[in-house]
Ligand binder design. Structure first.
Ligand code: NAP
Length: 254
């Protein structure tokens, strides 16, 4: 892919890319020319995804680790940077929701959601920033949610974590800007993935999403690839600290 959107020669780590939005973004980065490092907790699944991407002519490898396991995440980022001699792009995508009414939302749930959606992203960004700063070029893209900007009942930890991730995006951006590293967030609306399939399958919920979304439909995972490639590329060289909403217009509507 010639021009400012090209990622030829770049190495990208995409957390949580064994399926769903992470896999779609990894495929998009690969099609733009990057070598993508797939991540998830199951090496066998990652191996299968790697072979699929290779069959499409894309360059991919795998790094199986749990993003909430601090020592494993730190070692994995260092190993990618050592093996490739660089790490140019980090997509902080792995995340989990947990639903419970407020009075039943116990500390264990809260901690698990904050760990996976916020603390793990901070840690991966901190570690990825080391090789990026050393080479004076880097792109960190945090996958937040429209739940960082608006809220629904029962997802308290998720709303707080994603809101924190948008705030963290700004603090990383201002510190890393002088080093040639940008940090932006994407706030997806409702996309059909394994995560949201149970919601999509509820007629009332599906109708609510369609009614609240000016485009009248859920997003398809492939529709996150373009925004991710843009923020990871030289086309976004003067964009940092920004949160890009990709939601069919949901939060624009009253
Ligand atoms: N789908 C939506 O509508 C939507 C909307 C807004 C925001 N988002 C955000 O987008 C991101 C991806 O969502 P999705 O819908 O694609 O979810 P998904 O289908 O459940 O996929 C999640 C991915 O993350 C991996 N993962 C989960 N926990 C992990 C951990 N602790 N360590 C490493 N990998 C882990 C999973 O692989 P393994 O299970 O094999 O480890 C899988 O590859 C999440 O941060 C989510 O909050 C999604």
């Amino acid at each position: 892919m010639p021009g400012p959107f090209a990622l030829d020669g770049r190495v990208a780590l995409v957390s949580g890319s064994s399926r769903g939005l992470g896999l779609a973004m990894a495929r998009g980065l690969g099609r733009a020319g990057a070598h993508v490092v797939l991540n998830g907790r199951d090496p066998a699944t990652l191996g299968a995804r790697q072979r699929e991407l290779a069959a499409e002519g894309l360059s991919a490898s795998i790094a199986a680790f749990d993003v909430t396991d601090g020592p494993a995440a730190i070692a994995a980022v260092a190993a990618v940077a050592r093996h490739h001699g660089r790490l140019d792009i980090l997509i902080n995508n792995a995340g989990i929701p947990m639903r419970a009414p407020l009075t039943e939302y116990d500390d264990e749930r809260w901690r698990a959601v904050i760990d996976a959606n916020l603390t793990a992203c901070f840690r991966l960004a901190r570690e990825a920033a080391k090789p990026m700063v050393a080479r004076r070029w880097g792109r960190i893209v945090n996958i937040a949610s429209i739940m960082a900007l608006v809220a629904r009942p029962t997802v308290h930890g998720y709303v707080a974590a994603k809101g924190g991730l948008v705030a963290l995006t700004r603090s990383l951006a201002v510190e890393l800007a002088p080093h040639g590293v940008t940090c932006n967030a994407i706030a997806p609306g409702y996309f059909v993935t394994e995560l949201t399939q149970p919601l999509h399958d509820q007629p009332d919920f599906d109708a609510m999403v369609r009614a609240r979304t000016p485009m009248g439909r859920w997003g398809a995972a492939e529709e996150l690839a373009g925004p991710a490639v843009f923020l990871a590329s030289d086309a976004a060289s003067y964009v940092t600290g920004h949160t890009l909403t990709v939601d069919g217009g949901t939060v624009a509507a009253f």
